[in-house]
Design a protein. Sequence first.
Length: 315
Amino acid sequence: MADSSNDRTSKRRKRSRRHNPDGTMTLIEHIYEFRRRLGFALIALVAGGALGFLWFTNSVGPVPSLGDIVKGPYCAIPPEQRFPREGPCRLLQTVPFEAFMIQLKVGLTAGAVMFAPVWLYQLWAFIAPGLYSKERKYALIFVGFASVLFAGGAVLAYAMVPFALEILVNFGGGAFDTWFTGDKYVSFVLSLLLIFGVSFEVPLLVIMLNRVGVVSYAQLSKWRRGLIFIAFVFAAFVTPADPFSMIALAGALTVLLELSFQITRIHDKRKARRRGEENWDQLADDEPAPFHYTPSTIDDEPGATGGKSRAEDVT
């Protein structure tokens, strides 16, 4: 019993930044830690999926049911263009268990979004012990902004779905009535949300590439017109055949790209000023850079004695 308690204490210490500042583990220990974090993440996804499954048919106070939210854009189509034209707005089920699978799919998607902080934390807890304090700070910023941008893209896509449907159902000169099958309609909505959400991550990727020195503002400013043109071509290919979705996605990407360009410009200016103050540009090719590297100890770790991390020792 005592050996088991000591073993658990030893494992906790290896996961602790204070007792294991380098985040060093054996391969087997990494596999066990990955299995542990993956298990917690799957539990969170299953719990979120169960809540989303129940939410699909039940409203929560003033919040409508998830099913009503999903079919809302379809029900916004004028009744004379839907089938059946009278009665409540409903989607069509053509095979057994189609409604169940749709409810499960939408519930799991909603649960993954609602419980994103939980499973993202498990991913973070797995990689954080091996990162320096500055790297951890950048990773947290990246995850935070990525979540906000993805949510913003999904909200914009949901707002564009009614306009896209209204144009799409008008093809044919009034010779058709629109009655979507549930599976096709839900796949259309979810794919549009995913396309917009992922597309909104591109400007953040540009900023991170600039931070690590892969691209500079000078290069981006030369590529500005080409990147904006690519954004419009990309929007034309991935969105439905309606101008509203294409213009919304391309316009949002253009604004976000320009914002990312300005952020890289400010970063490069600060970097150039810092290099000028340190006179690195005046060094000869065979002259070493004035780095002062001192290996850190546990006491140097943040939270231990208030010291700097190893990444901050390099000046």
